[in-house]
Design a protein around this ligand. Sequence first.
Ligand code: GDP
Length: 312
Amino acid sequence: MARAVLALAGGVGGAKLVLGLSRLLPPEALTVVVNTGDDETFHGLHVSPDLDTVTYTLAGLANPETGWGVQGETFQAAAVLERLGAETWFRLGDRDLALHLRRTELLRAGWTLSEVTRELCQRLGVAHAVVPMSDQPVRTVALTDEGELAFQVYFVRRRCEPRLLGLRFDGVERAEPAPAFRQALVYARALVYCPSNPLVSLGPILALPGVREQVERFPGPRVAVSPIVGGQAIKGPAAKMFAELGEAPSCVAVARRLRGLCDVFVLDQVDAARAEEVADLGMRPLVVPTLMASEADKVQLARRVLEVAEAA
Ligand code: GDP
């Protein structure tokens, strides 16, 4: 269990498995690399939704109802901002705003996003390493039947209603994997793909220059957990996005995207009949319950993932 694990994550689905992993692994044995393609500027502040979801979850501050945002949140600042004519479709709570203020302050003082994230995590009592995928900006753009939409406009403002025609990760070719990500790609003993949206959470991470090649060469076991269960996303637009991009949403569609990049593919028991198709893609299928409702579920799934990584 003490092997160093590199976990790749987006927000809500990723944070669930990350919480389980954090309960089983000491801080020095886990590096969580988080998508920043969803980052956006609101009210002049740098907001990193996926980093924040992972950080709040590990800090024990996450809102258990939504899986994102802070528990016990209030929205007084948002109400005033609205009155002052600001756009408030991206709802930032009062406590949450404090984090974005501090992040922005430190970024403006010349800190990298990695350094800022380490500082915020330390201050909030998060001991495991949470790392942005890159210190350079990468911005996911949704190409839709209503034109090009910045990711949060598509996702939050337009509630993923426009038909998706494609995705672009602006800036990705000029971005580098963050230093701690580069190190983990070399020194980690196992790689875990959390059950995050393969298109807009894991997609940007794998699109960073050199990452796909390094993951291909990664010497240890690579284990993925499917975010698509019974052809549906548990939450969020992953299934709709797959369908609009011309692929029937299923755990097999997820596995197909990880071909050559994954050794063990964890699929839910309701998808047991698809195990053979996963095997045909060159991955060992592992069929287990993957719904993480309680903390016990998260720890249990994390334990299965680590066990299979040990054995691979
Ligand atoms: P986002 O950036 O906040 O959308 O978060 P992620 O990309 O990390 O996670 C979204 C994905 O998590 C969705 O496709 C969900 O289907 C998946 N997900 C959420 N909860 C669970 C769960 O309990 N089990 C599994 N297997 N997937 C989940």
